[in-house]
Write a protein that binds this ligand. Structure first.
Ligand SMILES: [Zn+2]
Length: 395
């Protein structure tokens, strides 16, 4: 009997606890609905309920998206949906809910959501994110928050590239990037794309521009940029040159990304673009010329270095003592790949380059690359060191 009473009391506790949560939510909803300027009332809440369902299922429909930059917003809200999927694991119990909503001029409402994992007792909060809602006579649609954050930024156009920045811009770098955009497009026989380029100090600054007020999985990530996302780029450490990833972008317009050879991709991106990351001493992008020079000096001091070994072992991860005084991210293996790609381009033009990229990734990224450089340059694993050393010496 005692046990039954205990169970009954526990049951009462559960009901009252649950009810207090609902009461809290209703309270929040009432506060929002009664706030000044919240003129579209329940309609906004119905649309939010619908949005939450779609964010969870990953099925964001184009008719839910507002504005002229539709494809960017669709991509952006889809990527929030993918982040929700990332946190939704076998061991998690995620909860997605509206935290706040408030009105802005032109029938806009800024929506803030939280994503928590109820099973993660220590760190339940996974994300806080924002999406803009736009109300019109018939419906509520949604967009990325980017425009809201950057509409007052300065803009300047170089070639096909529109830069968005807050204080100043490095004209030389901007001009050089605009030229590289044309060069890369020309090599791949494409029209140069129009790009919107946002200048930011670091990766953490990109996140709130895209609506991620907080994202647990991005903590500690600093040195990366982001793009090309539907023709939008966010700078790497406030540098105007994003040509490394722009190479990947153009190559992917011609070749299937999922099956392209990544040794070729990185080699060409290092050569035709840059090494993606900035030099920690001066904020400049490291280019191939500078990295070749450093490698030459290293080889002089370490004459026993085997270039084949360096190529294979330092493609995915950096080797400590070659480039770390410049930055933690430059990889000697990719630089060697860039030298081989240059030799192919010089001898066989774009035909050779296409062959390299299309060589695939089976059984790994290296084997098909070796096959092509054997075919086109006569470089084998046996003569690799000698021949590559000769190529390096000619820079
Ligand atoms: Zn890359």
């Amino acid at each position: 009997m005692k046990n039954k009473i205990r169970l009954f009391i526990f049951f009462l506790f559960l009901i009252s606890n649950h009810n207090s949560l609902i009461a809290q939510e209703n309270n929040m909803k009432e506060k929002i609905l009664s706030s000044y300027g919240f003129v579209h009332g329940e309609k906004v809440f119905n649309a939010i309920d619908d949005l939450i369902v779609h964010l969870k299922s990953g099925e964001i429909k184009e008719n839910m998206i507002y504005g002229k930059e539709k494809s960017f917003s669709l991509n952006q809200i889809n990527s929030i949906s993918k982040s929700i999927e990332y946190y939704n694991t076998d061991t998690s119990e995620i909860e997605l809910k509206l935290l706040n909503a408030f009105p802005f001029p032109n029938n806009r409402y800024k929506l803030q959501f939280s994503l928590t994992d109820k099973k993660d007792i220590e760190n339940p909060l996974k994300m806080i994110f924002e999406i803009m809602a736009h109300a019109n006579d018939n419906s509520i649609q949604f967009s990325s928050i980017l425009d809201y954050h950057t509409s007052f930024w300065r803009t300047k156009k170089y070639g096909h590239v529109t830069y968005y920045y807050r204080e100043k811009i490095n004209e030389d770098r901007a001009q050089s990037f605009a030229q590289k955009n044309v060069m890369l497009a020309t090599r791949f026989k494409k029209e140069p794309v129009a790009l919107n380029f946002y200048m930011v100090e670091n990766y953490q600054e990109i996140l709130p521009l895209l609506g991620y007020v907080y994202d647990e999985s991005s903590i500690g990530k600093i040195r990366d940029g982001l793009g090309v996302l539907e023709n939008v780029i966010f700078s790497v450490m406030n540098n105007e040159d994003f040509s490394h990833d722009l190479f990947h972008f153009y190559a992917n317009t011609v070749h299937e990304k999922a099956t392209s050879n990544w040794v070729a991709h990185e080699g060409l991106a290092y050569s035709w673009g840059n090494a993606y990351y900035t030099n920690i001493n001066n904020g400049e992008m490291a280019d191939q010329k500078e990295l070749v020079e450093e490698l030459k000096q290293y080889l002089e001091k370490n004459p026993d270095t085997d270039l084949l070994e360096l190529f294979e072992n330092n493609f995915w991860k950096p080797k400590d003592d070659i480039y770390t005084h410049l930055a933690p991210d430059f990889k000697a293996g990719r630089l060697i790949a860039s030298i081989l790609c240059d030799a192919i381009y010089k001898k066989h033009g774009m035909e050779g380059v296409h062959q390299l990229i299309a060589s695939g990734r089976s059984p790994n990224h290296f084997d098909p690359f070796y096959e092509i450089i054997d075919d086109l340059l006569g470089i084998t694993k046996k003569n690799f060191h000698k021949k590559v050393k000769k190529l390096i010496d000619n820079y």
